[in-house]
Write a protein that binds this ligand. Structure first.
Ligand code: ARG
Length: 292
């Protein structure tokens, strides 16, 4: 009887072990492929996008010189800026038709997070809080952050700390790192978040807002068009530089975009896009014509 019980126990144990290890038919999770060693042609051969044959790009054209509306020779607003030029360049290199979808900035993040677009080119900072929603490309542009005001409000402030005052209305764009900077640096002020940077500018220039957090290159560009705008000081931020946001399902597209960006940085293409955008943005910014 003892022998029988021992045998039964042994059989049960073997059975239990088999049951535990019984997943052997399931696919073994494959090691993530390292696409960074692939050539552009190899990547293109395997590339899939949200819509076949197209590169779908979200952008938020309130952000000269990155993306904005310029006026063409027929007085029509057309998308311009170095993000737009880079989008066209990437699409061309990938042999895809370009579709750019303009929307508010926080929309670019949610559309990318919902995998409805392939990439977003909207002057993204590589904010770690966004990493669950998108992959970041290589950095294609270096910029910084500023606190801005107008000539009329400038003497209210001596430095950034002086802006942290409940008497002041301070603006930042919804969903942006500038909103975080406002939260960190001016928590006691009346911080107003707005969907468009150009709406913040309009309110500031109309005397409805005392100051705002803004990307330095953007503030410098709008100051060319609206000389009342004044950059008060730089604001420290530790994730400098701009990246493309890439659909998290698409590691092949990420690798291809990194190859294209690195080449554009090396051969001067990116510098030319920036120079062209700066020139185009130094007047006639449609979204920047702030009257509504
Ligand atoms: N760099 C900032 C961020 O990533 C602001 C970007 C805003 N872009 C725009 N097109 N309005 O949050």
């Amino acid at each position: 009887m003892k022998k029988f019980t021992a045998l039964l126990l042994a059989m049960l144990m073997v059975f239990a072990l088999c049951a535990c290890g019984g997943n052997s038919d399931d696919p073994v999770p494959s090691e993530a492929v390292d696409y960074s060693t692939w050539t552009l042609d190899e990547l293109k051969a395997e590339l899939k996008t949200v819509t076949d044959g197209k590169l779908t790009v979200a952008t938020s054209p309130d952000f000269a010189p990155y993306e904005f509306y310029a006026i063409d020779e027929n007085e029509n607003p057309v998308l311009a800026g170095f993000d737009i030029a880079l989008a066209g360049y990437i699409a061309e290199k990938l042999g895809l038709e370009l579709e750019i979808i303009p929307m508010d900035f926080d929309g670019t993040i949610s559309e990318l997070g919902a995998k409805k677009v392939d990439i977003a080119l909207a002057g993204y900072s590589p904010d770690p809080d966004r990493e669950s929603l998108m992959n970041f490309s290589a950095i294609y542009y270096s910029g910084g952050q500023s606190f801005v005001c107008t000539k009329a409000t400038a003497d209210k402030f001596t430095d950034l700390a002086s802006a942290n005052n409940p008497d002041y209305i301070i603006g930042a764009q919804t969903g942006s790192i500038q909103a975080d900077l406002a939260e960190e640096n001016t928590p006691d002020a009346d911080v107003i978040l707005m969907a468009k940077v150009t709406d913040i500018l309009a309110d500031m220039l109309a005397g409805k807002m005392d100051g705002a957090f803004m990307e330095t290159a953007v503030a410098e560009t709008y100051a060319l068009n609206y000389p009342d705008l004044q950059i008060l000081c730089e604001v420290p931020y530790d994730q400098e530089g701009s990246v493309a946001g890439v659909n998290k399902d698409n590691a092949i597209l990420l690798a291809a975009i990194n190859l294209i960006i690195n080449e554009a940085l090396e051969d001067g293409t990116m510098a030319a896009f920036v120079a062209d955008a700066n020139e185009a943005a130094s007047g006639n910014i449609y979204e920047g014509l702030l009257e509504d």
